[in-house]
Ligand binder design. Structure first.
Ligand code: DC
Length: 223
């Protein structure tokens, strides 16, 4: 039977960095479910579908085949066979994903894919609804968060390192809007599972958070 670690939390809390590091140390596979929603969003953008056009969105998503492969341990997302991994971190794609991920049919498709992966492999899976909906029986559940200001600062630093100019206030406003959408949507809103351990990373380094999660795993798994 596979071992599953679920990490949920808002945008910019450091989920992917932490989940990747934990997966590497434990020899598990890292599954970035946000990237799957982003690939679907990219498909919708390319099709010219507007965020408010729910009916068109539902129709179009049936034509999007999303799958995951691993190259040298790193997750690659294929959209109808094309590797779109490098295109997924753009703000436009993230903003569309935040809207389109509230769509029930899109969630159904992607949750199915996520469950299949977790049943086959030992995974560290990050997202918004992993502990509450995708893998309610996960062995370890973590709700990783940080203040909106800290998260905006981190995102700005990330963009500046890539040479992309940014305005902190705009990023913080986007983060707050995205949190609001993710937490108040009808289907699978972002919330802490009752049995998830709350970790606030505002004043913690990556190493510290990683070690806290590995400790939880060792306690639970008796290793
Ligand atoms: O983590 P991220 O920013 O790459 O996620 C992109 C969007 O997808 C985000 O607005 C929330 C949504 N998402 C979701 O609804 N459920 C998940 N399991 C992962 C992401």
């Amino acid at each position: 039977m596979s071992y599953n670690i679920a990490i949920d939390g808002p945008a910019g809390a450091g989920k992917s960095t932490i989940a990747k590091a934990v997966a590497k140390e434990l020899g598990f596979i890292y599954v970035d479910t946000g990237a799957m929603y982003r690939a679907m969003a990219l498909y919708l953008i390319r099709k010219g579908i507007l965020p408010e056009d729910t009916k068109e969105m539902e129709k179009a998503c049936e034509q999007a085949d999303i799958s995951i492969v691993y190259q040298e341990g790193s997750q690659q997302v294929l959209l109808n066979g094309e590797n779109v991994t490098g295109l997924l971190r753009q703000e436009e794609v993230g903003n569309m994903a935040s809207v389109s991920s509230a769509n029930g049919r899109i969630r159904e498709k992607l949750v199915e894919l996520q469950r299949q992966l977790a049943a086959r492999e030992n995974v560290v899976m990050d997202g918004r609804d992993i502990g509450t909906c995708v893998l309610p029986g996960a062995d370890v559940k973590v709700y990783l968060t940080a203040s909106a200001h800290t998260r905006a600062l981190r995102r700005c630093r990330e963009l500046e390192e890539k040479g992309i100019p940014c305005v902190l206030e705009e990023i913080e406003r986007d983060i707050n809007e995205r949190d609001e959408r993710d937490m108040t949507r009808e289907i699978s809103p972002l919330k802490r599972a009752e049995d998830a351990v709350l970790v606030d990373s505002s004043d913690m380094g990556i190493q510290e958070v990683k070690e806290a999660i590995i400790r939880l795993y060792r306690e639970k798994a008796g290793k």
